[in-house]
Write a protein that binds this ligand. Structure first.
Ligand code: SAM
Ligand code: SF4
Length: 490
């Protein structure tokens, strides 16, 4: 989400005549897009402040903007005191105002002192108080082509902003506010524009994409969306579009010869409570939807899930997973886990390990619980000592490393389609990566979101290539193209 926000801010600045700076030293404007999901992420920003303050001494005309989730209303005065080098603080919902607040809106000629910009894509999104206002600014940015997309192959497409969940550990509802869905037709139109521009992959974005549409006005054309069949039975979607409708509409965008105009459609993040049968049916029916689901579980223990305010039980989570695996055979699954949450006992942690063994995820993003100021969990006792959190995290990562390796090894000797998206960097320390002596290498992703390293040069970038897998590591696969170049035409 923050990368998407950064692309939009950079686009707005470029549209009023700024140019991208190659270094911080040469920049007249630096925009820092912050993450606050864990303390470590905020510390990164603090570390960068010293550097920026020094740059500002060398270049007193430099202006520094801080935005993203670290900029919360309650924190604004404290931030001003802590970061005197920063000229402007913008909450994520104020990001569309960036250009106006810098006085650049109608002032192409006034850019002299702001000719170069440096954006740091650490991590932040563009929300505005009212949904109408939001869709207006967003639609304008897109209509004017002012989203500076970082890739010509894969695009982010925000569909819902904010979060209405109340996970007790999480700062997102405080930093990004309540849920606001973008209008259905705007999203489909943006997807169509992306397809025409040659994008091969689009990822629908939201903190909880599964609740898309609940805040939109009912319309006769969505009268068939039936609230009774909504698995979580919390959101009244009757007559409103949902994620299933949206996916079907984007999948229906076709090339002249009937292929999906966007061959790879993804969506992230799904909340297990709101994963509806309607959505599962859409995933099974739509050929463009990639066979991959990111379904954060957070803990394998019901009591911990209750304290986390996650709304579901492990039984519900497993039932959803079983259903989706039955509907979409071979689907890969990834998850998020927090270890060492308040009151987590050794036995409760063991249940998370057991869940990993049972589900056999393809990928797990795990972190130790990090108390966030102002969140409900700060009223609970953060009683798992740091060394125990660290040990549990390492233990969990080791279990997943074994499972990930086993799952990846099953691909050895098989062929798979890889969308090549990058030339591999000249040197890498990744033990899954191939030996550089073999010649030029590129990297890409399978539809199941597995990272693949393969022999080839930049001509493959942007193409889907059939690859025979000959090596597997816990985090990536390695192989060679089956067909000689030229690759499958775009
Ligand atoms: N909305 C998504 C969800 O429900 O999973 C993503 C939310 S958050 C941006 C991404 C992940 O950060 C969460 O799934 C959770 O595992 C982790 N996270 C959030 N708050 C945390 C905290 N206080 N300490 C450690 N990890 C945290
Ligand atoms: Fe945070 Fe929970 Fe919302 Fe995800 S669903 S952003 S974890 S509050």
């Amino acid at each position: 989400m923050n990368r998407s926000d950064s692309e939009e801010m950079a686009g707005r600045l470029l549209a009023v005549g700024c140019e991208e700076a190659s270094t911080f030293e040469s920049a007249d404007l630096v925009v820092i897009n912050t993450c606050a999901i864990r303390e470590g992420a905020e510390q990164k920003v603090i570390g960068r402040q010293g550097h920026l303050a020094r740059l500002k001494v060398a270049n007193p005309g430099m202006r520094i903007v801080m935005t993203g989730c670290a900029v919360r209303e309650a924190e604004r005065d404290g931030l001003r005191r802590r970061f005197p080098a920063v000229d402007l603080f913008l909450r994520p919902d104020e990001e569309p105002e960036l250009v106006d607040r810098l006085g650049l809106a109608s002032a192409q000629g006034a850019i002299g002192s702001l000719g170069a910009i440096g954006t740091t894509t650490t991590v932040g999104r563009t929300l505005v108080g009212a949904a109408d206002n939001l869709s207006g600014t967003r639609a304008r940015a897109i209509g004017e082509g002012t989203v500076a997309r970082g890739s010509a192959i894969s695009a982010w497409l925000p569909i819902i902003y904010g979060c209405d969940k109340t996970c007790t550990y999480c700062i997102v509802p405080f930093s990004r506010g309540p849920e606001r869905s973008r209008p259905f037709d705007d999203i489909v139109e943006e997807a169509r524009t992306l397809a025409l521009a040659g994008y091969r992959e689009v990822t629908l974005l939201g903190q909880n994409v599964n609740s898309y549409g609940h805040d939109l006005a009912p319309e006769p054309r969505f009268a068939h969306v039936d609230a009774e069949r909504w698995a979580g039975r919390r959101l009244d979607l009757q007559g409103r579009p949902d994620l299933a409708e949206l996916i079907r509409a984007i999948d229906a965008l076709r090339t002249a010869d009937g292929r999906p105009a966007i061959p790879r459609l993804r969506f992230v993040t799904s909340h297990p409570w709101d994963l509806s049968d309607r959505l599962i049916a859409a995933l099974a029916d739509c050929p463009s939807v990639c066979e991959h689901l990111h379904l954060p579980v957070q803990s394998g223990d019901d009591a911990v899930l209750r304290r986390m305010g996650r709304q579901y039980t492990i039984e519900h989570y497993r039932e959803r997973l079983d259903r989706i695996r039955a509907a979409v055979p071979g689907i890969t699954v990834s998850t998020d886990v927090i270890v060492g949450f308040c009151g987590e006992t050794e036995a409760q942690f063991e249940r998370t390990l057991q869940l990993l063994e049972d589900v056999r995820y393809d990928q797990v993003f795990a972190a130790a619980y990090s108390p966030r100021p102002g969140t409900p969990a700060t009223k609970l006792v953060d009683d798992v000592p740091p060394h125990v959190k660290r040990r549990r995290l390492n233990q969990l990562l080791a279990v997943q490393e074994r499972i990930g390796l086993e799952r990846n090894e099953a691909w050895i000797g098989r062929e798979i389609d890889v969308l090549v998206d990058a030339v591999a960097p000249p040197r890498t320390h990744d033990h899954d990566a191939p030996d550089r002596a073999d010649g030029p290498r590129v990297t890409g992703r399978t539809r199941g979101n597995k990272l693949v390293h393969l022999a080839g040069d930049r001509r493959l970038v942007g193409h889907e290539v059939r690859v025979r897998i000959d090596h597997a590591g816990p985090y990536a696969l390695r192989g060679s193209p089956v067909t000689e170049q030229p690759p499958i035409p775009r």
